[in-house]
Write a protein that binds this ligand. Sequence first.
Ligand SMILES: [Zn+2]
Ligand SMILES: [Zn+2]
Length: 282
Amino acid sequence: MRRMILPNRAALGTMHGKAVAIAPPMARLGITLEVPDGLDTDRFGTFTNETPRLGTMDDAARAKACAAIAATGLSVGIASEGAYRPHPWIPFLPIGREVLLWRNEETGQEVIERLTDEAPCYDNAIVFSTDEAATFLASIGFPQTAVIVAPGGQGAAPLAKGLQDLGSVDDAIQRALHLWGTGGAFLQTDMRAHLNPRRMETIGRLAERLAARLGTGCPVCAAPGWGLLRVETGLPCSWCDGPTLLVKTEVHGCTLCGSEKSLPRTDGACTADPGHCPTCNP
Ligand SMILES: [Zn+2]
Ligand SMILES: [Zn+2]
């Protein structure tokens, strides 16, 4: 079988210090990251909506990876993209999604890892005084987690971002109250990786997964990144044998040559409880 070849160097498309989290697992694969100077990744979208993201999270990560490839002249680029919002069905809980993309410009191969953070440091509050802000700041782990201040009401353009000292926060709150006294001052966690330790930690976990995946070669073409491509549902019901919506198989494969292999569920389950069956428990 051919030996898998990984590059010695890869370009990392970030302006928010993500190398801290991504470089160590890549170094264990023998890959040194190069972060181009002056790369403006904010043009592909910001968390605070001054620049809305065009396309999907994958598109944004790809655009950053391609920009890093173009800036360095290397053939491989890596970039991440995150999205944070209130949980879709659990009130008052936030949820975060992170994507980490590896792209080889010469072959066109991409390897993408994703994860969901069920406990991100993502929150906001409306305050009418600096005293009121103290509780919020304590809850988000300020000053390690930076804060953004805007006039009251979500969606208003921020007055100040990346604040990590109390004096600046107080000052921004006063300005917000002056501009929009009745609506209060809108405080929110800064989600940029270098200003949000929890997010940086999440990106680190994702980088570990990407490294593990890149370390696995395709058994057919030896490209790096053999791993989970998708899951297929239809685990048979233990009563009627009909298909349920539970995962039946994991499809692992190679994103370069297209080889695939279906594997049974990792927990070994061969049948589903009838409670999950649309026929037995409609
Ligand atoms: Zn392959
Ligand atoms: Zn059934």
